[in-house]
Ligand binder design. Structure first.
Ligand code: SAM
Length: 180
């Protein structure tokens, strides 16, 4: 294995670890199997995690993590549920590995959520978005999100993508948006 060119989830965790100074609140917008929430739970005072699938929420509830608050609803309702600002907001888009591939994140709700996330983010905070373009909806999400990120005001946000260049079959990509 490589030290730097690893899977994008591990890379996103390294970035959070090194570059987010205040680790009070993190929001996991796509709980899934809980890999990201586990990491956030160990590193932040409080985590709020969203998923539309009951199975994801129930499985995570059984872990009894004191500082993780679970919400079974769509992440495009961030503003309805979250009333405090966050230091880190993470998305792992697509469908649950090993689950129903029909239940996937969708470009419109993903975009709505990201727009709300930008407002909720503290200065110095980072949004990390793992994008999987190997399926149709994922390809649409990628186009939309990148176009949006390219047009973010440069004086307020830094946006950077991490992409594999020598892998085949639409490898995943990590997009990071940092608020100044
Ligand atoms: C790729 S998985 C996430 C993997 C997860 N981060 C992990 O560590 O296992 C994507 C998840 O997003 C969820 N999802 C899809 N649309 C959603 C939405 N609108 N709001 C919240 N979660 C959604 C799916 O149910 C699925 O569990």
């Amino acid at each position: 294995m490589f030290k730097l060119v690893k899977d994008i989830s591990s890379l996103s965790h390294d970035i959070i670890d090194k570059y987010i100074e205040n680790k009070n609140l993190a929001i996991d917008c796509t709980l899934g199997n809980g890999y990201d929430s586990d990491f956030l739970s160990e590193n932040f005072n409080k985590v709020i995690a969203f998923d539309i699938q009951e199975m994801a929420i129930t499985n995570y509830k059984n872990k009894n993590k004191d500082n993780v608050y679970l919400i079974q609803d769509s992440h495009d309702k961030l503003n309805e549920y979250v009333k405090e600002s966050a230091d880190c907001i993470i998305y792992n888009l697509g469908f649950l590995p090993g689950g129903n591939k029909e239940i996937t994140t969708m470009k419109d709700s993903t975009m709505n959520s990201i727009i709300q996330a930008l407002d909720l983010l503290n200065e110095g905070g980072i949004i990390l978005i793992a994008i999987y373009s190997g399926h149709n909806e994922g390809a649409r999400e990628k186009t939309c999100i990148l176009e949006f990120a390219e047009n973010l005001p440069k004086n307020k946000y830094g946006a950077m993508k991490f992409e594999y260049v020598n892998r085949n079959n639409n490898p995943p990509m990590l997009l990071c948006i940092e608020k100044k």
